[in-house]
Design a protein around this ligand. Structure first.
Ligand SMILES: Cc1cc2nc3c(=O)[nH]c(=O)nc-3n(C[C@H](O)[C@H](O)[C@H](O)COP(=O)(O)O)c2cc1C
Length: 449
């Protein structure tokens, strides 16, 4: 029976997190991370995931703090979690545009050692010049080049990981030889990176940490088909998810890969209740907490490109024409592209259904993937995976840290159905995902010689 993969994401970044709820805890205290990781491990999840944002968003020139902002760096947090968990995979988002391969490869290899084979890297390519201003070379990369750099970045990281063979640390006391002479040697010459020397970190238990890709463009899908072990998506509508699943799995053959070599794991939210009605009521209340009056106006401003502070969020959309080239919300990927078309679409929905600004924003941005009793949610998740909408989900609670209710009530039902592990059977994240350890071919030949 097809097995479900589950991951946990610490809430944050978007307005899906209800930070103002009295039950929501800090997004920065180590205790929040530890609680969620321990809950996920108790639930036998595959991994814990952290997103990344490299610049605080701005709205009309001021910091946009309607959502959770100000979060610690991912790999550092995961290093702390490696010490308080034993099986849970640990995945961080690290940008391939603003970093250097040597540094990222070294930190990931280190996390793989510290966690005994549980490290994963979500390779993102966010490129916008606004974020780039925070970095030495500024917004230096054209959008068209982001995946060429990401592909070469990852290839270079793999060369660095392969520069140490499994037996390169000799620690031979009698001979007085600590490592093999060639250990860590590398040379990489390419369009984006021209580096050589010796890599400082011996090979980690997984060979290469698990590689995740998050991005949905044509180039992003090809990159994932060629290189990634996992792809995140945001398709939680079953029909759209199935289309994405078919499309991505179809691309694998061209790279000599089998469908099981790349797992498709969309992010998903859930709301549970003792009855369907209770869950639906809760879901409606959560959505209204997620889209307060100011968030509603901000999102319409982001699409319309105008200051709309004089408008009533509970009134109709403004009658004025949008100015979609005017970027009033910076650093928010949702409102980066196609704003004229988005404005037309939103106006159409609001007119047809007589929705206020706030009701419209709830309608177009609100996401409740699974709403119901633990039984109906377990059934829906199982159906989604069994019918090839996904290979599993990254669950994002709306409260920090969250997820206890899911682990206590839904996970046992999935286990009962035989579609989710009762316990871990391996020790590494690659084991949990059903993936073989990965190393590069050239180094394997060298090892054999
Ligand atoms: C599910 C999902 C999660 C993402 N998470 C992050 C993230 O944590 N940090 C980030 O900078 N970008 C994140 N991104 C954005 C993309 O990596 C980035 O915008 C990229 O340029 C989009 O690539 P695309 O044009 O192939 O969609 C995410 C995208 C998706 C679909």
């Amino acid at each position: 029976m097809k097995q479900i993969h589950l991951a946990a994401q610490l809430p944050g970044i978007h307005n899906t997190t209800v930070w103002s709820d009295p039950r929501s805890e800090s997004q920065i205290d180590v205790e929040s991370f530890i609680k969620l990781a321990r809950t996920a491990e108790r639930g036998k999840f595959d991994f814990f995931f952290l997103a990344e944002g490299l610049r605080l968003r701005e709205h009309k020139g001021r910091v946009h703090d309607l959502d959770v902002v100000g979060r610690p760096e991912g790999l550092t947090v995961l290093s702390a979690l490696a010490g308080v968990t034993t099986r849970l995979g640990l995945a961080a988002t690290v940008n391939a545009t603003f970093n250097e391969p040597y540094e990222v490869a070294r930190r990931l290899a280190t996390l793989d050692h510290l966690s005994e084979g549980r490290a994963a890297w979500n390779v993102v390519t966010s490129f916008d010049a606004f974020t780039g201003e925070n970095f030495r070379r500024g917004g230096f990369l054209a959008e068209a080049d982001r995946y060429t750099r990401a592909a070469e970045f990852l290839a270079t990281a793999r060369e660095l990981w392969d520069s140490w063979g499994a037996g390169d640390v000799l620690a031979d006391r009698a001979a007085g030889e600590f490592i093999r002479p060639a250990a860590g040697e590398f040379t990489h010459q390419g369009q984006h990176f021209d580096i050589s020397g010796r890599f400082s970190t011996p090979r980690g238990p997984q060979g290469h940490p698990v590689v995740i890709q998050a991005g949905e463009s044509e180039e992003g899908r090809e990159f994932a088909a060629a290189e990634a072990d996992v792809i995140f998506s945001k398709y939680d509508d079953l029909d759209q998810a199935r289309a994405f699943y078919r499309d991505v799995k179809r691309r694998l053959a061209a790279y000599g890969r089998a469908p099981g070599d790349l797992l498709i794991i969309p992010s998903a939210t859930y709301v549970l209740g003792d009855t369907e009605e209770e869950a639906a009521e809760r879901a409606a209340a959560i959505t209204r907490a997620q889209v307060g009056p100011r968030t509603a106006l901000t999102f319409v401003e982001a699409v319309w490109g105008h200051d709309l502070s004089g408008y009533d969020p509970d009134g109709p959309l403004p009658d004025i024409e949008p100015a979609p080239d005017n970027l009033v919300l910076k650093g928010h990927s949702t409102f980066r592209k196609d704003r004229a078309a988005t404005a037309r679409r939103w106006r159409g929905i609001a007119d047809e259904r007589k929705l206020s600004i706030r009701e419209l924003v709830i309608e177009v941005t609100g996401r409740q993937t699974f709403v119901g009793t633990p039984r109906t949610v377990a059934d829906a998740i199982d159906t989604f995976v069994r019918t090839d909408g996904a290979d599993g989900f990254v669950l994002v609670p709306h409260l920090t840290p969250g997820l206890d209710d899911f682990v206590d009530s839904v996970v046992p039902l999935l286990q009962e159905k035989g579609v989710f592990r009762a316990d871990y059977t391996g020790t590494t994240l690659r084991d949990h995902l059903g993936l073989a350890p990965r190393t590069g071919a050239p180094r394997t030949e060298k090892e054999a010689s």
